[in-house]
Design a protein around this ligand. Structure first.
Ligand code: SF4
Length: 313
């Protein structure tokens, strides 16, 4: 039997050991300039292809849409025209669990190990986050029966118990943050790529390189790694310095998965973003048939009935 994977506490203790002064930048400025140049070119090509009217605002690519565009362009078009927004038709219980786990782990980071982490607290945190905006997760939570709430409570407890085992107390000196927004503006503001980092520590102005911690309510997957590396790319281009480390903590997997960030990680992340920019330009321009690719997205897809690519999965 192999040894268990290191806990998040152990991973961060190693990353934040010493005063950070000797940490080297894993990705140099020339490599970052090359990636920015590639993305600028892709963004300008997307703007040309989209040919949007002057008052249309920028072409926006939030993180969820990047992954969805690369999975199936037609799905994105169908989901958006059905008013499904960035949930893009996913199972509402899974979306709610994901959001509850996000807000409760963020609360745990800021308040420490004794922080409340039950369904009622999670719901109030989501309510506070939503403010006066309509929120599909809140509507779904508010409509649950007593039995459904009991079932959701059990599942939420199980996932948080697994996820938070081995988490440290976050020392204020590490500068822990939650839900940090990160955006990359390209093509003179005509394209905006954005995301939110679940938990971050270190990074400028601290002496330590940044560590980006992503929290998943389900299992670790290749898609989770793609997402992490996209975040690393956005941070690197925003700060002029790549994060030192990305870590994914997934409730249904065994322990955190940590990667030191290198240029070998950022290049494929930039390639995926280039492909998503091209797809966004094509969809916005409306002159090409959207590409169809069967995947897990088919199950909740509004276009399923009329889609010749749907393979029954
Ligand atoms: S059914 Fe599947 S392949 Fe067809 S549009 Fe939807 S997600 Fe794409």
């Amino acid at each position: 039997m192999g040894s268990p994977p290191p806990s998040l506490a152990a991973i961060l203790a190693t990353h934040l050991s010493g005063d950070g002064a000797t940490a080297t930048d894993p990705v140099g400025p020339a490599a970052l300039a090359e990636l920015r140049g590639r993305l600028e070119a892709a963004a300008r090509a997307a703007v040309l292809e989209a040919d949007l009217p002057g008052d249309a605002g920028p072409l926006r690519l939030p993180k969820h849409r990047i992954a969805a565009l690369l999975d199936c362009e037609r799905h994105v078009l169908a989901a958006l025209s059905d008013g499904l927004g960035d949930g893009l038709g996913e199972d509402p219980r899974a979306v709610a669990l994901g959001r509850l786990v996000d807000v409760l782990t963020g609360y745990r980071v800021l308040k420490g190990p004794a922080a409340r982490r039950d369904l009622a607290m999670g719901t109030e945190l989501i309510r506070a986050d939503a403010g006066d905006r309509p929120d599909a997760v809140l509507n779904w939570l508010d409509g649950l029966t007593t039995d459904e709430r009991g079932d959701l409570t059990t599942e939420l407890d199980r996932r948080l118990d697994r996820l938070l085992a081995g988490w440290p107390s976050f020392d204020p000196a590490w500068w822990p943050r939650t839900q940090e927004p990160v955006a990359l503006t390209l093509a003179d503001g005509q394209v905006v790529v954005s995301g939110r980092l679940d938990v971050t520590v270190g990074g400028p102005p601290t002496a330590w390189p940044m560590a980006v911690i992503e929290v998943k309510s389900g299992r670790f997957s290749g898609a989770a790694l793609d997402e992490q590396l996209l975040y690393a790319l956005l941070v690197a281009l925003r700060d002029g310095r790549a994060p030192g480390l990305v870590v994914t903590c997934a409730a249904l997997s065994d322990g955190p998965v940590a990667y030191p960030v290198t240029i070998a990680h950022l290049r494929p992340a930039a390639g995926r973003l280039e492909a998503a920019l091209a797809a966004a330009g094509r969809l916005a321009g409306g002159r090409h048939r959207p590409i169809e690719r069967a995947s897990w997205r088919c199950r909740p897809c509004p276009a399923q009935r009329s889609c010749s690519t749907y393979d029954g999965r």
